[in-house]
Ligand binder design. Sequence first.
Ligand SMILES: Cc1ncc(C[n+]2csc(CCOP(=O)(O)OP(=O)(O)O)c2C)c(N)n1
Length: 541
Amino acid sequence: MPTIREATYDLLRQLGLTTIFGNPGSTEETFLKDFPTDFRYVLTLHEAAAVGTADGYAQATRRPALVNVHTAAGLGNAMSNILTAYQNRTPLIITAGNQTRDMLLMEPWLTNVEPSMLPRPWVKWSYEPVRAADVPAALMRAWAMAVQPPAGPVFLSIPLDDWDQPAVGVNTGVRSVATRIAPDPARIDELAERLSAASHPALIYGAAIARGQGWPQAVALAETLQAPVYAAPASERPPFPETHPLYAGGLPFAMGPLAQKLAGHDVAVVIGAPVFRYYPYVAGAYLPDGLTLLHITDDPAEAGRAPVGDSLLGDAVLSLEALTARVRPRSAPIQPVTRPAHGMAPHPASSDATGDRPLSALALFQTLRATAPADTVLVEESPSNLGDLHTAWPVDQPDSFYTFASGSLGWNLPASVGLALAERDSGRHRPVLAVIGDGSFQYSIQGLWTAVQQALPILFVVPCNGQYGILKSFARLEETPGVPGLDIPGLDFVALAKGYGAHGVRASTREEIQAACADAWQRPGPTLLEVPIQPSIPPLI
Ligand SMILES: Cc1ncc(C[n+]2csc(CCOP(=O)(O)OP(=O)(O)O)c2C)c(N)n1
């Protein structure tokens, strides 16, 4: 008679979930016992790193990923990146052990007292099976919930004594579910007609297009309509080639400035993004006078909370295809389209490339772009340097730029480990370069260790400005002088790298950066490159 463990591993095999990202504890060891040789356990030293790594891996492989963390304690540590996975729309199946069922009533050490409550509201579904026999079927349900639109993380708590139970009366059937929802044909006709009738239409594209491999479809609609394309504010993945002549850059992430930017358009459609992702509160109308907004999303909650616009539920890429087939083509843009130098960044570069000691952020990023191979995958968590990075590095290849949808620091370092692992597993072998601020680097720094252990050739570049620059920008905008805790001197990244077994190097000039990069691309493991930069306080808007 097979055990619940055997039945579950069998199911995982059939679902293609043979890599487990995790950090174990006593409540998980019964699950991991006699770990099958056809499975791979990717150890991370902190649960936020486990979830971030799995997220990067899932996005790059376009498949759900499996995470295993330690009861309530590990789940608590994982929360910041679960929140991010939820907003990234990444299908993750997160499991944790719980104490022995016989003792749960008296809440012994390590009990997850309310397991289904703890990860809410940042999971689509959370559950602890009422009996061991339900574990495989609950896992199947978790998978179905994670991958259906809108995709996202789910959580399953499994008491540690379930795994050795006999698999009697167990449903281990594998099911498939759809992952795309087609738009209502009558409603899409209506939207197409409104776009065709517009005299100055605008397209606002979001990360769902990138997730759905929809760059060609996004280009086709833009070229059919000859309409400018804006990236939705703070898009976590570029929805459109930034070098395309119809690209008009990213929208600002505040109400008033966003509305101003859209002035002059009479119809705009947001496809595959929220309406809108704002950050600072800058009072103003949601939309300029005379603009009608249309919104296409596969998430009813996202459609529900939009303060303006007429929405249509549907997959972003299917909707692009449907619109392209229905709209009336135009032969030329109504007005010339201007691409801002800072591309999808919500604000311009804060520095110029002059000044050598220390270098400006722009000079650093220009040097990196010139040195990195053309097909490099860029990862960004460098809040105050967004404008400079996007000025130096326009994204012109699909799936070559990643960041987080949430703003919760500590995602991009482990995510780049997952991305690099996927590059190797898939045989694509594109290099991964992660630009991560000296402050941001500290939140999931343990990811470095996993990159070393997995021998992943990631180049981590830390622009060191010795401060929480973006918070100084925010303080200026919100007129809150005198905030403590915004300077972070005394961090030694070469020493930190060494502590995790990684190669660390400090570079101050363009030549030193070039040499360090050339060296990094030859190294079988990760490199951490620390570069002192001029501290700046860029305007947020
Ligand atoms: C988990 C988490 N904690 C705190 C913050 C608040 N926060 C936002 S940006 C930031 C500073 C980031 O500093 P750094 O990476 O050095 O980038 P810089 O702003 O200097 O470019 C902080 C602390 C956050 N967003 N997420």
